[in-house]
Design a protein. Structure first.
Length: 375
């Protein structure tokens, strides 16, 4: 049976060149980067070269990159520091954020008694900027946390606009950029945000590694304690092969960005056309013309009773898609994202997220649509 992978927003396949680079490091650069002998110095050189590579691609200083295990750790670390060490008394976020932000904010509300305000969501799944401006008119020490590209629907936040608004109001701005890093150019010299996070496995790098961007001048404290790695703010021996693999993956993503985006956008448009042709009553969650080119959220005109079995039936045919975040894939609950801007009837209908990569082919889309048509 042919296996078809259409869940790239959950994780991506490792590029062969990245795997090769990581294997070289595993075999040859096994010294501890904190050691002073030649083995350690060689490993440290590789570590800092990886940091410099990532920083150059984002047009920032290498000192502003801190390596972490991924976006969940980075989000928690930044949000916790903002409240405990940067005197933030309120966090403005949205109810369509990833749970790595929502659950962290919920904990801080209980643990630190901070104020949480949720910005309204429009009918197309985008942020209501007018409501954000209204909230920011209240002079409270604030951090705004809004994701760049929604991981379920693909709505895109105007990062530069929101960052500028936050700067004008004198508040901090943090963005989960997991779905956009490596898939579009980000010039952080031009976008005045304070914090952002990324995970390598979303752009064809290894799992278990990511980074946080901390704008120069914003000193954060460690969330746990140990050695002096990562300027003492993220102690623990660095996972060198993963860090080098992440830098290689991001470098390759940038080198192939134009051709990959063109291919993926064509595949997404092809999927929309095929679905509309084969299943005319199909609907798309979010504005399909403006959602991110790697994500398509589809609402099918099937009976609500088919919701729980939809992904199972596709999986039995070798096709991998999802209902939304991989962290919630085993849950029977409706998507917290869709519930924010769809009515009860629409939310009850079977919805699925199709997410593409440069590996995705039109033939795979044909197979998916054929199986859905039979259902």
């Amino acid at each position: 049976m042919e296996k078809i992978y259409l869940d790239n927003a959950a994780t991506t396949a490792l590029r062969p060149e990245v795997a090769a680079e990581m294997m070289t490091v595993l075999q040859n650069d096994y010294g501890n980067p904190s050691s002073s002998h030649s083995f350690g110095r060689s490993a440290k050189s590789k570590l800092e070269m990886a940091r410099k590579t990532i920083a150059q691609l984002l047009n920032i200083s290498a000192q502003e990159i801190i390596f972490t295990s991924g976006a969940t750790e980075s989000n928690n670390w930044i949000l916790h520091n903002a409240v405990v060490h940067l005197n933030v008394k309120r966090i403005i976020t949205s109810k369509i954020e990833h749970h790595a932000v929502l659950h962290a904010v919920e904990f801080l509300q209980k643990d630190q008694n901070i104020q949480i305000d949720f910005v309204k969501i429009k009918k197309d799944g985008s942020i209501d900027i007018n409501h954000l401006m209204e909230l920011l008119s209240q002079e409270i020490p604030t951090l705004v946390s809004l994701m760049h590209v929604n991981n379920e629907v693909g709505t895109v936040l105007n990062l530069a606009e929101i960052a500028t608004i936050c700067k004008q109001h004198g508040v901090y701005f943090h963005s989960d950029t997991v779905q956009s890093v490596g898939k579009m150019k980000l010039d952080l010299k031009e976008i005045p945000l304070d914090f952002m996070v990324a995970s390598a496995h979303k752009f064809h790098g290894p799992k278990g590694i990511g980074f946080a961007f901390i704008r120069k001048g914003l000193a954060l404290q460690p969330i746990f304690h140990g050695g002096e790695q990562e300027k003492g703010v993220r102690p623990g021996t660095e996972s060198l092969h993963n860090i080098v693999g992440m830098a290689k993956a991001l470098q390759l993503a940038y080198e192939n960005l134009d051709s990959d985006e063109k291919h993926i956008a064509e595949i997404k448009n092809y999927a929309v056309e095929k679905l509309l042709c084969s299943i005319p009553e199909v609907q798309f969650n979010g504005d399909v013309k403006t959602t991110f080119y790697t994500i398509l959220n589809v609402r099918l005109p099937f009976d609500a009773s088919k919701s729980s079995m939809l992904l199972f039936n596709l999986d039995m045919k070798g096709i991998a898609v999802s209902r939304g975040s991989a962290c919630q894939s085993g849950s029977a609950k409706p998507s917290h994202v869709l519930a924010e801007f769809l009515n009860e009837t629409e939310v009850a209908q079977p919805s699925m997220r199709i997410s593409f990569s440069h590996f995705t082919t039109k033939k795979e889309i044909d197979s998916l649509v054929e199986v859905l048509s039979r259902l």
